[in-house]
Write a protein that binds this ligand. Structure first.
Ligand SMILES: Nc1ncnc2c1ncn2[C@@H]1O[C@H](COP(=O)(O)OP(=O)(O)O)[C@@H](O)[C@H]1O
Ligand SMILES: C[C@@](O)(CCOP(=O)(O)OP(=O)(O)O)CC(=O)O
Length: 465
């Protein structure tokens, strides 16, 4: 077997996401969602492992050096019966326990299977992959290794890390998969600057992310990790049923056909349909709250099934509101907006936010799911009254733990928000007994670009040891 001419080190990053509109609706292909990519990124750097003896073991080492005990070593082998590449996690020592990372393990098996099915003549040589995440994915305090380092040492294990909900697993799977494909495939087969390659990356990452999660979600988080901010209509869930598991008979050719267009994907991703007007930006607030609300998606869908007519009425109106929001943002971004005061210019946007929130609250009350619970209503109302704030919503599935706000991009607006939030307190526990604690501003904003190559020099201080 031969190898491509150069297995050069490669670095790739993919963005996190925030839903401005379309949570829940997006689970149904009838509706769309407005999802913004964020400037919080997960980076993957891949380089060949060089051994002095020239003897190679079939081994890929993955490290997440910002966290403790975050090293995963895998052996890999091509299976018989067209089953693709099987990966097996190796133990550091005989008596150590396996600390598994299902997202890395699954993305690795899927990507190596795809690579070996495209280029069976290439030997997959051992490599080492380092993962580096922007600090806003986690609310743990971190330490910089040097004054110009953009990544922090968290000094906790990944299990101890507090996620802020920006979509770490989707950004990770996308940049990890992109790094492997860029490294192992020649540029004429895979090139991140080509639309065809982005489609391959999207389809493959959706497949492995769903497999690792053990469920088929709407896939909006992988779509925005690949394409950046977009108006998103999901794929039919049936697409991802029935390709089997790595190692099973025919997995390699089924995966190849699923990824390469043998199977027609009905996803719709419209990049041009969403823009951020000059002078505006998104800002996210992280709400400290002990309460997790599992099962919200199931409960909302059960309500919709039970009270279809009421639910359809609300969802139809929400879809119109979501489209109006995308259209107004795009209009403000593209049309020469006459001078005039900001109050007038952003009046329509304000109205859209208000009426979308009203509909979300109706959904909350009817389904008895805290999508915008009263504690968040109080917070969003207060934030929306700060001069320069256009409006805000609970992103995605909603709940108690975050809000996203559209504001005029001015230091004084952020300063006023900080003032409000520093003393923020909801006096009463809600009827549900949930108390929300400190509200902090996350250092993130929207970003339009999706996955991209990075300069390997960025990670110098993280690649040793
Ligand atoms: N920096 C990282 N390094 C390695 N794995 C990570 C990292 N960040 C996230 N992950 C993986 O993603 C999982 C979190 O995914 P998930 O619970 O779906 O959260 P999210 O909503 O942020 O995607 C972690 O348990 C871990 O397996
Ligand atoms: C309800 C949803 O439509 C959106 C959930 O969005 P969030 O951003 O709240 O979710 P996670 O990142 O998965 O925690 C479910 C879906 O689309 O899969």
């Amino acid at each position: 077997m031969t190898s491509p001419a150069s297995l050069a080190p490669q670095s790739v990053s993919a963005p996190g996401k925030v839903f401005l509109a379309g949570g829940y609706l997006v689970l149904d292909r009838k509706y769309t969602a407005l999802v913004f990519g964020l400037d919080a990124r997960i980076h993957c750097h891949i380089e060949p492992i060089r051994t002095q003896s020239g003897v190679y073991l079939n081994e890929i080492i993955v490290k997440s050096p910002q966290f403790r005990e975050a090293v995963w070593e895998y052996g890999y082998r091509l299976t018989e019966g067209n089953g693709g590449v099987n990966v097996t996690q190796l133990r550091a020592s005989h008596d150590s326990s396996l600390n598994r990372n299902p997202f890395i393990e699954t993305a690795l098996a899927y990507a190596l299977t795809y690579i070996s099915s495209c280029a069976p003549q290439y030997l997959i040589q051992p490599s080492s992959i380092s993962i580096l995440a922007s600090s806003s994915y986690y609310s743990n305090p971190g330490k910089a290794r040097s004054s110009n380092s953009q990544f922090l040492d968290f000094d906790v294990t990944l299990e101890e890390a507090h996620k802020t909900g920006l979509g770490s697993s989707a950004a990770l799977v996308t940049s990890f998969t992109a790094a492997l494909l860029t490294h192992y495939l020649p540029k004429d087969v895979f090139d991140l600057s080509q639309d065809e390659s982005l489609k391959v990356l999207h389809n493959l990452s959706q497949a492995s992310h769903c497999a690792a999660q053990g469920k088929v979600g709407s896939g909006f988080d992988i779509a925005s990790a690949v394409y950046g901010s977009c108006l998103y209509r999901r794929f039919s869930p049936s697409l991802l049923e029935g390709h089997g598991e790595p190692g099973s008979l025919g997995f390699a050719s089924k995966l190849r056909s699923l990824v390469d267009g043998g199977v027609e994907w009905d996803t719709e991703i419209q990049k041009a349909a969403i823009k951020m007007p000059a002078g505006l930006r998104l800002l996210m607030c992280d709400v400290d709250c002990g309460s997790q609300t599992p099962g919200m998606v199931k409960k909302v869908l059960a309500w919709r099934k039970e009270r279809q007519e009421d639910a359809d009425k609300i969802w139809k109106a929400l879809q119109e509101g979501n489209e109006a929001l995308a259209a107004e943002l795009t209009r403000l971004a593209t049309v020469e907006v006459a001078n005039g005061d900001a109050g007038e210019r952003y009046g329509k946007l304000r109205e859209i936010f208000k009426s979308n929130r009203e509909l979300i609250r109706q959904m909350s009350v009817q389904s008895k799911v805290p999508v915008e619970p009263p504690q968040q209503t109080a917070l969003l109302d207060a934030v929306s009254n700060v001069p320069g704030v256009i409006g805000g919503v609970v992103p995605g599935a909603g709940g108690y733990d975050a809000i996203v706000v559209l504001i005029e991009d001015k230091a004084e607006v952020i300063a006023e928000l900080k003032k409000l939030l520093s003393g923020w307190k909801v006096d009463e526990d809600g009827e549900d007994g949930v108390k929300i604690g400190k509200v902090g501003i996350l250092g993130v904003r929207e970003e339009m670009v999706g996955v991209r190559l990075e300069e390997p020099g960025l990670y110098k201080e993280w690649l040793t040891g």
